[in-house]
Design a protein around this ligand. Structure first.
Ligand SMILES: [Zn+2]
Length: 447
């Protein structure tokens, strides 16, 4: 069974376009099993300028390194220039919260066997990195400890990676933004004004890869640099516990790079601990087969009898860039990054029935509600009967009625344990025609 967790979508915003690209046709080595793939978001300003490529999630156990670009992809608008974002390069390892389930992906950029499970991802990101439009590349990580030039302890020492901008060499001659050491120095200096703790300062770490670091010669940044693309590793510290703070540091650094590159942007939240936490707490929505829409933020951790098509034909579309549906045994596990938000136990139905909308009396007033929508209700709702269509409100049962249309349903008539959300407010209103599933509408009661 192949997994489809995100599909082409095109959003046009006031400031320019955000295009989500998933190169499905080229990433099709999935015959041997299911795996998750990365997405590419192209945030393009209306005014032309330089293009920054931000790559997150090459290591699946470094959440700052993939939640930060997911915030960038979803909450920033670019006014001038462009930012391309791959938030989840190693999506499969992210869902397992492991560095690399097929080995270290960031050691596969010099040489990779065609049968390697990471082969397609590596080939694809190389192609994106070498796109002539890309002027500068950031590869995001959460590294061990805090980098210091002198040995102080196992946490603070020259071998630590945390809180650094890593460069493979000082400069690239005759290349725009080729003064990598100066750029990195400027960014780390500008970061110093916004540190939460004194010891969180950022430093430039030059690995002098060509002469001194054989391991780093296999990395994405070195691949880029040897192809004359300025590239930086950007590392927060694994020894900073709060995810929100790691994300904040990554975003501050990215903003400094944008300033260096003359890229103009806006974001719709405050770049503070509180502001970032609020963004991270929102898991967004999941649409399935254009028939179901679920709020993931307060969704129950187990959802039963989710009406699906089966046979690998289900289409999951997440609003969150790190959303993924992973088939496991007889269920789908629903992830936001490394966080499992729910497990869906499906029930399979024919998908033939198409029902655009339903008429529902909400607190006594008739409304047309589209399939997949959510309506809010104070007291009660009543779904108008539709010929040949059976209505099933999950968590409600009327004695003797198989079809629950034409019945006014109040909150007190529902069993909270059947609600979609943990607060017991949202209920599934499902429509069926015989053995065919026609769609779902969410009824959300006021507190
Ligand atoms: Zn890493």
């Amino acid at each position: 069974m192949r997994i489809l967790f995100a599909l082409f979508a095109l959003f046009v915003a006031a400031f320019g376009a955000v295009e989500k690209i998933w190169s499905d046709s080229e990433l099709n080595a999935s015959e041997s099993g299911e795996f998750l793939r990365f997405s590419l978001y192209k945030l393009e300003g209306n005014a032309t300028g330089n293009t920054l490529l931000v790559v997150g999630g090459v290591h699946g156990d470094e959440p700052g390194g993939y939640f930060a670009p997911s915030v960038l992809a979803s909450r920033y608008k670019i006014k001038k220039g462009a930012v391309w974002v791959v938030p989840n390069l190693n999506a499969e390892s992210i869902a397992h919260s492991r560095r690399g389930i097929y080995g270290d992906m960031n050691r596969k950029f010099a040489k990779i066997a065609e049968k390697d499970r990471d082969f397609d991802m590596v080939r694809e990101i190389k192609k994106i990195a070498l796109d002539p439009k890309v002027d500068l590349i950031l590869n995001l990580h959460d590294g061990h400890g805090f980098y210091r030039e002198r040995w102080e302890s196992t946490i603070f020492n020259p071998r630590a990676w945390g809180q650094t901008l890593v460069i493979d060499q000082k400069t690239l001659a005759d290349v725009k933004f080729g003064a990598m050491d100066e750029i990195a120095k400027r960014v780390t200096d500008n970061m110093s004004a916004s540190l939460k703790e004194e010891h969180h300062f950022f430093r430039v770490k030059n690995t002098e890869t060509r002469y001194k670091d054989e391991e780093m010669q296999k990395s994405l940044t070195y691949f880029a640099v040897t192809n004359l693309k300025p590239a930086f590793g950007q590392e927060t510290s694994k020894n900073i516990d709060a995810l929100a703070l790691k994300v904040e540091y990554h975003l501050r650094s990215i903003e400094e790079f944008m300033k260096v590159m003359g890229i103009e942007y806006e974001r719709d939240f405050e770049l503070s601990a509180k502001g970032v936490q609020a963004v991270l707490d929102n898991s967004g929505t999941l649409k399935i087969n254009d028939k179901i829409s679920l709020e993931l933020t307060e969704l129950r951790s187990v959802m039963r009898y989710v009406p699906l098509r089966g046979g690998g034909a289900d289409r999951f579309v997440f609003s969150h860039p790190l959303g993924a549906a992973k088939p496991i045994d007889n269920r789908y596990d629903i992830y936001i990054g490394n966080k499992r938000v729910s497990s869906f136990y499906p029930q399979f139905f024919s998908d033939k029935c198409k029902l655009g909308k339903a008429t529902i009396a909400i607190d006594g007033v008739n409304n047309e509600i589209a399939i997949g929508d959510t309506f809010e209700v104070e007291n009660g709702f009543n779904v108008a009967p539709i010929e040949n269509i059976r209505v099933n409100v999950i968590g409600f049962s009327a004695k003797g009625a198989r079809n629950e249309s034409g019945i006014t349903i109040e909150k007190k008539d529902t069993a909270p344990r059947f609600s979609e959300d943990v607060r017991g407010l949202i209920y599934r209103v499902e429509f069926y025609r015989g053995q065919e599933f026609c769609g779902m509408i969410n009824a959300k009661f006021a507190k």
